[in-house]
Design a protein around this ligand. Sequence first.
Ligand code: TYD
Ligand code: MG
Length: 454
Amino acid sequence: MAKSLSFTCTACGASFSKWSGRCDACGEWNTITQEAPLSAGPASKTLGSRRGTPVPLSDLSAAEAPPARTSSGMGELDRVLGGGLVPASAILVGGDPGIGKSTLLLQGAARFAQAGLKTVYVSGEEASAQVRMRAQRLGLAEAPVKLAAATSLRDILTTLETEAPDLVIIDSIQTVWADNVDSAPGSVAQVRAAAHELTTFAKRKGASVVMVGHVTKEGQIAGPRVVEHMVDTVLYFEGERGHQFRILRSVKNRFGPADEIGVFEMTGSGLSEVANPSELFLSGRGDPTPGSVVFSGIEGTRPVLVEMQALVAPTPHSQPRRAVVGWDGARLAMILAVLEARCGIPFAGLDVYLNVAGGMKISEPAADLAVAAALLSAREDASLPAETVVFGEISLSGALRPVSQTENRLKEAQKLGFTSAILPSGGKPGGSSGLSLTRMGDLTAFVGEVFGAG
Ligand code: TYD
Ligand code: MG
């Protein structure tokens, strides 16, 4: 089967059974190249001895059950991995250049090595001396990690065959090139070939392979998501360059919950864990100000409080501005439309800026009500009652919908000293939190209650 798909477009990664001048998938010219398999390898024991022969689920012997996870001792990293590092797994860590991927992985590699894993760090971007200097700066010069500076896939695979490590870090997948693939390093075809060979190595040898991937302008790793399909786990390392906070987020995980986050702080001596992110995101908050609302969110399995900030001002332009940082622009447009259509509060002629403080990115619909509250508060120049958290989903009809994990959201708010919460009516009663709760059925009621206007 694989044999028939031996032509690949270097621009989009599409596979074809025959060559043509123009790629049918992306329309580019002269991008289709032939690919030959790099290592035929011995008939692999990839998936156990009974590979390809179906067996009843209940028959799988204990020997074929996945071996135990290794924990790094860095709680934030372990959580995002789903509880620790799984053997025979491939992990992709994506992120903008300079965000701290190499730092994170060097620190992680050192911790896993100290936990007993045989660890090799392959750097294609920096010389070994540079990596060693960084390790010194991080206080990890004595860690039992082996360093290799290499970019040729053949060299890397040969080294790994002889070293037989438990953990391999490839920094980065874009620098690795396979000599049998006829395109430039960093191209889709090269990245795909390298990721495929390294993933196969992980499965065959029972090693964990972590690949660093730079994110392209479009926010994807190596153009199309070819690598993401291949690996077991995809993590993104995010953050604003100007902020010291960094968030490691699992967007796909075959061994644990996706959407889990780990929070770190970039310091002069590397990344340090932030065990209580809410405290961090809310730090520096003074008295209540118009336009600022605290949202009680859930990231993965844990609650995180963040501040939503809005600024609404008359526009000098014919087309008012809508600028969003850390939230979805389309969702903002929807909230503005609902406020206008259901509550009669127009935003025409007003510039609207929305910012999630601390460089955090929120994707939950549960933030709708907090966003609406911030927008109204900014527009009316009236602040919300102090020590109040807000959450709830807004439907197009203007109704407020209950959201998941109400109890956890309230508990976290109480833990951080908040005294009241505004939330949708319905859903599970969140009685035990000790906060004073204001429950509302729709947005109009919210507007009337909180801002005394309709
Ligand atoms: P790096 O890990 O090289 O980023 P990436 O591999 O994602 O490109 O980290 C880059 C930034 O981190 C660099 O601008 C300097 C900063 N940094 C610190 O602030 N403290 C440190 O201890 C280290 C090692 C880096
Ligand atoms: Mg790097």
